[in-house]
Design a binder for this molecule. Structure first.
Ligand SMILES: Cc1cc2nc3c(=O)[nH]c(=O)nc-3n(C[C@H](O)[C@H](O)[C@H](O)COP(=O)(O)OP(=O)(O)OC[C@H]3O[C@@H](n4cnc5c(N)ncnc54)[C@H](O)[C@@H]3O)c2cc1C
Length: 428
């Protein structure tokens, strides 16, 4: 066994969180990233000389590990670059907001005062939430969120305007296909957790600047090494050493922090971790489409985020309000749907039509569709997710898909990266 020397493959939020945790513990650490831009799926892209994000991301007050690492890596003069707002839900005709009161359970109170639901619906939603809050909800491992909701007498309106949009935005899959237990974990932690867990956190800078650049800088400052534009491939060295192609260095541990669909190609001999690969081969993936529309600078929707009950714009983000990119509006479509049958050009037109009908924005100056076909793994009932410790000694997985309590989210990625490092640190 060589002396402790860790390679981290992949500099998305999981790999970078692993890197920060390892250099904090004084472990020699080298990160390898295929792209020249840090951040993985949550990274900046430059289009028409405008800095955009690969996908518009929303964080939650329940992202405790993410908030902690964001605070840890910034310099005292840097701001957090998150605009923290109390929970407010606007989707179609439904409006829910958290009352400004310090009383415990205020999120539940918000549901009582919701607009767009009958009293019976409010009471049914509250009864369901109360069961989750009290830990009294029985969830079958193989049931979908939809089956769970029907068992608890949630009406079609509640499902259409409340639960399905929440399921789609959190799990990136509709509630008919989404896993009930992960769905209730999200509700429990984000809607019913501590006092400020239901807050919505809007990035005010692009995602690479928000986290990845700062994490990369932190790692280098603490003697870690970053190799960008380097696709790493693990080879089996002699004497069971862990090595990478094109490198003479051997590593005591390798944290593989790629997305699940890239895992296999990170090994010259994937059979090294065959049972993990067998599990990943069962994964399917869901898309997220982001359609940016640039309008004249005085155009605005009037709110940071508004939900529209439309197949061509589920959530609409006003980057003029969050990022000072005046007139720039982003429409997000989560999961699979009829939009996938349209060309990008047709989809831009359809989504601009929806925005014009809703906000009177007219015709955009330019539009750009960013289609992430494998944005997240499909968080379906009963999906077996691999353990972070693999059958190959020294190879540890990180990545959003390995944090089993959550769907594919930034928080899952960060927690998995920290845990991968802690697995190594505990073994020393
Ligand atoms: C459009 C979109 C919108 C989203 N919206 C939200 C949201 O609002 N809120 C939220 O919490 N989450 C959201 N997510 C999910 C979130 O972005 C992901 O869960 C998270 O970024 C995953 O991080 P990761 O580090 O696990 O994986 P990744 O970000 O995929 O990072 C893996 C990295 O590994 C690199 N890599 C792969 N193979 C190799 C190799 N052989 N050698 C070197 N490097 C390699 C890749 O280039 C990549 O940089 C969204 C995702 C998308 C795509």
């Amino acid at each position: 066994m060589p002396s402790i020397n860790v390679a981290v493959i992949g500099a998305g939020w999981a790999g970078l969180s692993a890197g920060v945790t390892l250099v904090d513990a004084g472990i020699p650490t080298t990160l390898f990233e295929t792209s020249r831009v840090l951040g993985g799926r949550a990274r900046q892209v430059i289009i028409n000389e405008t800095i955009l994000d690969n996908g518009i991301h929303l964080l939650s007050g329940a992202y405790t590990a993410t908030l902690s690492i964001l605070n840890h890596i910034r310099t005292p003069l840097e701001t957090l670059d998150l605009d923290r707002q109390p929970f407010k839900y606007a989707y179609g005709p439904l409006r829910i907001s958290t009352p400004c009161t310090p009383i415990p359970g205020k999120q539940l109170l918000g549901f009582l005062f919701a607009r767009g639901l009958s009293l019976t619906e409010k009471l049914r939603a509250l009864k369901f939430l109360k069961l989750i809050k009290d830990g009294a909800l029985i969830v079958h491992p193989s049931e979908s969120a939809h089956q769970l909701l029907l068992r608890h007498e949630q009406t079609n309106t509640l499902i259409e305007l409340l639960w399905n949009p929440i399921c789609l935005s959190a799990l990136n899959i509709n509630c008919e296909r989404g896993c009930a237990s992960v769905f209730t974990n999200v509700i429990s932690d984000a809607l019913l957790g501590s006092k400020r867990s239901s807050d919505l956190l809007f990035p005010t800078s692009d995602l690479t600047s928000l986290f990845a650049s700062r994490a990369g800088r932190y790692i280098q400052k603490h003697k870690g090494i970053l190799h960008l534009g380097h696709r790493a491939k693990i080879i089996q060295g002699t004497n069971n050493e862990l090595k990478l192609e094109d490198s003479n260095e051997s590593f005591s541990h390798i944290v593989v922090a790629t997305s699940p669909h890239n895992l296999k190609t990170t090994f010259t001999e994937p059979s090294m971790i065959q049972s993990t690969i067998d599990q990943i081969d069962q994964f399917t993936y869901e898309p997220i489409y982001t359609i940016y529309h640039q309008y004249k600078k005085d155009s605005s929707t009037g709110d940071r985020m508004i939900g529209l009950n439309s197949p061509f714009a589920h959530w609409v983000f006003d980057r003029g309000i969050t990022h000072q990119d005046l007139g720039l509006i982003g429409a997000v479509i989560s999961g699979a749907g009829p939009h996938q049958n349209l060309t990008n050009e047709k989809l831009s037109i359809e989504s601009a039509k929806v925005l014009d009908d809703e906000f009177g924005l007219g015709t955009p100056l330019w539009s750009k569709v960013l289609a992430e076909k494998r944005a997240t793994f499909s968080c379906t009932p009963g999906l077996q997710r691999p353990a972070q410790i693999t059958e190959k000694n020294g190879i540890i997985l990180a990545g959003d898909y390995t944090y089993r309590r959550y769907p594919a989210t930034l928080e899952a990625a960060v927690r998995s990266g920290i845990e991968a490092s802690n697995i190594i640190l505990r073994s020393l």
